[in-house]
Ligand binder design. Structure first.
Ligand SMILES: Nc1ncnc2c1ncn2[C@@H]1O[C@H](COP(=O)(O)OP(=O)(O)OP(=O)(O)O)[C@@H](O)[C@H]1O
Ligand SMILES: [Mg+2]
Length: 268
């Protein structure tokens, strides 16, 4: 039995985010524990991407606090931020590969930024990460413009896991992928989760992905997290957004699929 109690990996307290007069988050609380695969859901424009950006220090809270690995992100100095950045990986919503760099150089970038790793070690690590996401070495010298949408996502994921992070952020990892590629992406995240003992925070609209992967769901509505719990608890939570989201035809189908396969209920 594992009796070690870990503090939350992410702890957000009373977070306010404003852009001018526009309040995106108001008194938002959320905590994410080690090993969770959290699906963050909410309507378009509800502030999901902005919340990830707050957690990784790309936005500044108007008030409240965001702690990651116990470190207050809003008050971290540049050295502390750098140390944090080495412990997490981020897959941005729109891929965000550098178009002028090859696949190899895109994945190598976070390693080269460390300025301490020899090139031969970087080479091995890049090829290993590409292999982990199902890409052969033959793809390494391709340019982003020559890749399919699914391949761009895989390369972005390879870059996000380049430094073997403890914490992985995925913003719409399966958006725009056909169902077959979405399924293999789900398997990929599952195997990474097991191999690397990751904590995963994933924004997604894809109900199949949510029910296949998520051990917890957090619902962003009314400018805050209205509920964060296991999928089976969240789907029955009384809130107009949740009812509309899960109890439409799309939601019922995905839910039936989860219950049939037992997906989403365990992190092992
Ligand atoms: N830099 C910014 N300046 C001004 N407003 C912003 C900025 N970034 C985000 N917003 C606004 O904050 C709100 C939340 O945006 P965000 O991108 O977080 O939504 P989202 O939940 O990720 O939506 P989607 O599902 O469409 O990706 C939107 O109204 C958006 O216009
Ligand atoms: Mg977004």
């Amino acid at each position: 039995m594992n009796t070690v109690i870990h503090p939350p990996v992410i702890e957000i307290e009373k977070l306010w985010t404003r852009f001018g007069d526009h309040v995106v988050h108001q008194d938002l609380d959320l905590s994410v524990n080690q090993g969770e695969i959290l699906a963050l859901i909410g309507g378009s424009g509800s502030g999901k991407t902005t919340l990830l950006r707050q957690v990784i220090g790309l936005e500044t809270p108007a008030s409240g606090s965001v702690r990651v690995f116990g470190q207050d992100v809003g008050h971290a100095n540049s050295e502390q931020m750098q140390a944090l950045r080495h412990r997490w990986g981020m897959l941005f919503q729109h891929g965000a590969l550098f178009s002028a760099l090859t696949v190899f150089d895109n994945v190598a970038l976070p390693m080269r930024e460390l300025r301490s790793l020899p090139e031969d070690l970087i080479r091995d690590a890049v090829l290993q990460k590409l292999h982990m996401v199902g890409l052969s070495p033959a793809n390494a010298q391709k340019m982003p413009a020559d890749l399919s949408g699914g391949m761009v996502k895989r390369v972005s994921l390879a870059r996000a896991i380049a430094l073997e992070p403890e914490l992985l952020f995925l913003d719409e990892p399966t958006a725009g992928l056909d169902p077959h590629l979405s399924d293999s992406f789900v398997e990929l995240i599952q195997s990474l989760h097991q191999a690397m003992r990751l904590t995963v925070v994933m924004v997604t609209h894809d109900l199949d992905t949510i029910f296949a992967l998520a051990t917890q769901i957090a619902v962003l509505a009314d400018r805050r997290v209205v509920v964060k719990d296991t999928p089976d608890k969240v789907v029955t939570f009384a809130h107009p957004f949740i009812e509309q989201y899960f109890l439409g035809d799309r939601g019922r189908r995905a839910l039936a699929g989860m219950r049939a396969t037992g997906g989403g209920s365990s992190s092992t």
